[in-house]
Write a protein that binds this ligand. Structure first.
Ligand code: CO
Ligand code: CO
Ligand code: CO
Length: 320
């Protein structure tokens, strides 16, 4: 879609639309750059407060993925004023504001429009030193791939809409989605890593492909090391598969080689996530340091899921 935009010529734009990165980066001075991103979506859970909190954690995540610190945010909401009590919108905004507060981010305004289906998200502004931007496009051969949240969030939230997800599984997914990627980002900044992105709508393999394609490399993923929420397996078998996940799987045909991976696992590796974890490419010699920093920061899931195996055009091999 972005190819319909005119090419960016402003030299202060350090990261623009050409590498499918998480946020735009604009140099203000030799030691300060702005990081900007926007994300809006329809409810993924029934509770409006938690929908707001998850939407905020998700929007902030693109700033964390760039190695930047989020500071300011603007609310963007669509709401059916005639069909739902305004208190519901209030709860969504409260969830978003409290999550921003936890992140040290000030909500300085916003805009709501009448919309038949509720929508919420935020435009977020962060800051970073121009030399310390972490992009998704600089993974190198030999890098290990580290993931910081489990997969299966798309399947579980689709299961909520289909009334197939147990309350306990929904609770666990809400906890995972509402967790900020701040501690994970802090650990990768401390360690010094090659590249990073966050796992959202394109799923683990879709976002890994953005990374491998942009860097001109290929990767290998080991299914057995990928953390996946327990309840997601059963929900996949019951057909709780988001449309986005199916599109991801189709889009990766010809890119991914499945080495004896069954259909259910293929779906989960392509599952469209909301507010997923960071995917970090780190030189092998710094892997242990990154693990220690992530654990010290209290990041509960720290998984070494694969590696960058050599030059290529983004190809991904998935082994059992
Ligand atoms: Co992103
Ligand atoms: Co985004
Ligand atoms: Co306005």
């Amino acid at each position: 879609m972005l190819r319909h935009l005119p090419p960016i010529t402003d030299p202060a734009v350090l990261v623009g639309t050409d590498t499918a990165d998480d946020a735009g980066v604009y140099r203000l001075t030799s030691d300060l750059a702005l990081v900007q991103t926007v994300d809006v979506f329809t409810p993924v859970v029934d509770d409006p407060y938690w929908f707001g909190a998850i939407a905020a954690a998700n929007a902030l995540s693109d700033v964390y993925a760039m190695g930047a610190t989020p500071r300011l945010a603007l609310n963007i909401a669509g709401f059916p004023r005639k069909a739902l009590p305004l208190d519901v919108l209030g709860e969504i905004l409260r969830g978003g504001a409290e999550k921003c507060g936890e992140a040290g981010v000030t909500v300085i305004g916003g805009h709501t429009l009448d919309d038949p289906e509720p929508k919420y998200g935020l435009a977020v502004t962060g800051f970073v030193h121009p030399d310390r931007v972490i992009t998704n496009a600089t993974a190198r051969q030999g890098d290990r791939l580290v993931l910081t949240k489990p997969l299966g969030l798309g399947v579980i939230t689709t299961g909520i809409k289909q009334e197939q997800t147990s309350p306990a599984a929904a609770q666990e997914a809400i906890r995972v989605m509402a967790t900020l990627n701040r501690a994970a980002a802090q650990a990768m900044i401390e360690t010094g890593v090659s590249a990073a992105t966050d796992i959202t709508g394109f799923g683990l393999l879709g976002h890994l492909y953005e990374m491998t394609r942009a860097a001109g490399v290929r990767a290998r993923v080991r299914l057995r090391d990928v953390p996946i929420l327990e309840d997601a397996w059963d929900l996949v078998r019951r057909g709780a598969i988001p449309g986005g996940t199916q599109r991801n799987q189709a889009a990766l045909e010809g890119v991914v080689t499945w080495e004896g991976i069954d259909e259910d696992a293929q779906v989960l590796l392509c599952d469209a996530q909301t507010s997923g974890g960071l995917l970090i490419a780190v030189p092998e010699g710094r892997l242990e340091r990154l693990f220690r920093a992530l654990r010290a920061g209290g990041v509960p899931v720290v998984a070494d899921v694969g590696e960058i195996t050599g030059p290529g055009r983004g190809e991904i091999a998935v082994a059992g």
